[in-house]
Design a protein. Structure first.
Length: 135
C-alpha cells in the first residue's frame, strides 16, 4: 500500500508538512521493499528513522503548541506519547527477535494507519490554529 500525501493531509505549516512527507517516504520505502520480498532488510532502517523522527517531529510540534498556546496541547501530547510507546514496543520486539514478516506488517499497518488518522484528526486542527496565529 502506497502512502500518498494528499491535500487533505496538509496542515499549512511548511515544517510540519515536510516532516510528514519524510515519514510517508520512509513508509513507502518499507512498503516497496516488502513488495520486492526485501521487507526484512528494510526494517532496521525504518525503525531507526522512526526513532529519530518521533524525537524531532514531536518535539517541533509540541514546541509550536506551547509557543502559541494551543488549547488541545495536553491531549495532542498524549497521542504522541502513546505512539512513542508503540514504536518503542516495535523496536524492542525487533531487538529481541530480529526482523519478521509479522513485525514488518505490524509496522506498515500501525504506523501507516496512526499517521493517516493522526494527521487528519489532530495535526490538521493544529495547523488551522497555527495559521490563525500567523505561523
Amino acid at each position: 500500500m502506497a502512502y500518498i500525501f494528499t491535500k487533505d493531509l496538509e496542515t499549512g505549516v511548511a515544517q510540519v508538512d515536510a516532516q510528514h512527507k519524510a515519514l510517508f517516504d520512509a513508509m513507502n520505502q518499507l512498503s516497496n521493499a516488502c513488495e520486492q520480498g526485501k521487507g526484512r532488510d528494510e526494517i532496521d532502517k525504518t525503525l531507526k528513522f522512526l526513532s529519530d523522527y518521533i524525537i524531532t517531529h514531536f518535539s517541533d510540534e509540541e514546541r509550536l503548541q506551547r509557543q502559541y498556546g494551543y488549547p488541545d496541547r495536553v491531549q495532542h501530547k498524549a497521542y504522541h506519547d502513546q505512539f512513542k510507546m508503540s514504536v518503542k514496543k516495535m523496536i524492542d520486539e525487533y531487538t529481541a527477535g530480529g526482523a519478521s514478516i509479522v513485525l514488518v506488517g505490524e509496522i506498515n499497518r500501525k504506523v501507516g494507519m496512526w499517521l493517516l488518522n493522526h494527521i487528519k484528526r489532530e495535526d490538521v486542527k493544529l495547523g488551522a490554529f497555527l495559521k490563525g496565529k500567523g505561523v
